[in-house]
Design a binder for this molecule. Structure first.
Ligand code: TXA
Ligand code: MG
Length: 354
């Protein structure tokens, strides 16, 4: 489905009111005519379309090359706008909106049937979020539409954290990429199901379980997210590839010495190795290519760098990528969740090899 001459349109982020920005206006007009547009959010870039229009949603799936069996998040510019599409707002959801919007939290609510059924994949619920990026809010406001938007990557690839990533994946497949610079959070929003009590985390992300608990009390976690389940060393791999870099990725549980030993063994077997490690390990791994996720003490920096780092490795240069692991707390839990998916569950542990 080539056919577009994709243009990158810079948004002047120094301006206070972006609703009148010419790039935002042009993108809003495209959205009103049923087209799709890539835009920045504080988490990752999204590929947006009119959430009330079947045809726009079909275009999103087509551009991404993704099967339409997964519901899309609907982006709104305020709590009042969200309420127009929800059937019922439980008290917990109201508290979450007041505390975390605008921000990286998607709240799943019962919908009232006014959105395209293609957005919700036929479910009776919809995930909504008010993004914090000023260009995103201006775009939603200028288009005067709820925007359904998945991450603006080709299906299976790491999510885009810059307009260049979007362009690399979707050039020729969409008309416009609004360029608002690099995203701040770097991993997607936390998805919370607010139709049940206690609310349940369905996807870890930019807002941690600890932060949610401080506002609404106890928070459940979808059992399928349990680390030891998805993380079994010889897991048969997952159904779909997610966030996949160019070369296979393997997670390494252990200290810097164990990491270097794993790389050493790979090289002895004739493989060119890549290493996705903490800043402190740069120069110690022995890998052909090393990429830093920032200081070990700063998982938020790792979140910002993760998807760009996964895009840096090329199969032409490395045969295998080894990556460090993160503890399941704060935003490190979201980074670890994405790394596990990128690795398809492949993991080696110092404890197993003792
Ligand atoms: O940060 C983000 O959330 C980004 C930016 C662009 O906003 N968007 C994003 O969309 O990550 P996507 O389509 O890549 O991921 C949507 C996630 C999926 O895990 C999907 O299953 C879940 O949200 N989701 C959406 N609607 C849902 C619903 N009604 N019930 C349960 N899960 C839902
Ligand atoms: Mg995605």
């Amino acid at each position: 489905m080539q056919g577009y001459k994709t243009v990158l349109r810079q948004v002047d982020t120094s301006v206070d009111n972006l609703v009148d920005d010419p790039a935002v206006e042009e993108a809003a007009q495209l959205l009103k005519s049923g087209e799709v547009v890539a835009f920045p959010t504080e988490t990752v870039y999204g590929l947006g379309g009119d959430a009330t229009l079947d045809e726009a949603i079909a275009r999103i799936y087509e551009a991404k090359g993704r099967p339409s069996d997964n519901p899309l998040i609907v982006h709104i510019a305020g709590i009042e706008q969200a309420k127009r599409y929800a059937d019922d707002i439980p008290p917990g959801a109201e508290q979450l909106m007041n505390a975390f919007w605008p921000g990286p939290l998607t709240i799943v609510l019962r919908h009232n049937g006014s959105l395209s059924p293609k957005v919700t994949a036929g479910l009776d619920t919809v995930g909504m979020r008010m993004p914090a990026d000023p260009a995103a809010l201006a775009l939603i406001t200028a288009a005067d539409l709820p925007l359904a938007a998945p991450s603006a990557n080709r299906s299976g690839r790491p999510s885009p954290t810059s307009a260049r990533h979007v362009y690399d994946d979707l050039n020729g497949r969409i008309p416009v990429v609004l360029d608002g610079g690099e995203t701040g959070v770097g991993v997607e929003s936390t998805v919370v199901d607010a139709t049940q009590t206690p609310v349940m985390i369905l996807r870890p992300g930019g807002i941690s379980q600890e932060e949610l608990q401080a506002v609404v009390g106890p928070v459940a976690v979808d059992p399928s997210l349990a680390f030891d389940q998805s993380a079994k060393p010889k897991s048969p791999g997952m159904k779909y590839a997610h966030y996949a870099p160019d070369a296979p990725l393997v997670l390494v549980d252990g200290d810097a010495a164990f990491f270097a030993a794993v790389v050493h063994d790979a090289k002895a077997a004739g493989k060119r190795a890549g290493a996705l490690v903490f800043e402190e390990q740069i120069g110690t791994t022995g890998a052909e290519q090393e990429v830093s996720l920032g200081p070990q003490a700063d998982p938020a920096e790792a979140a910002r760098r993760l998807y760009d780092a996964l895009r840096v490795f090329k199969r032409s240069e490395v045969d295998i990528i080894y990556a460090v692991t993160f503890a399941d707390s704060g935003i490190g839990g979201a980074v670890m969740n994405r790394l596990l998916k990128a690795a398809g569950g492949r993991r080696v542990s110092a404890e197993d090899s003792n």
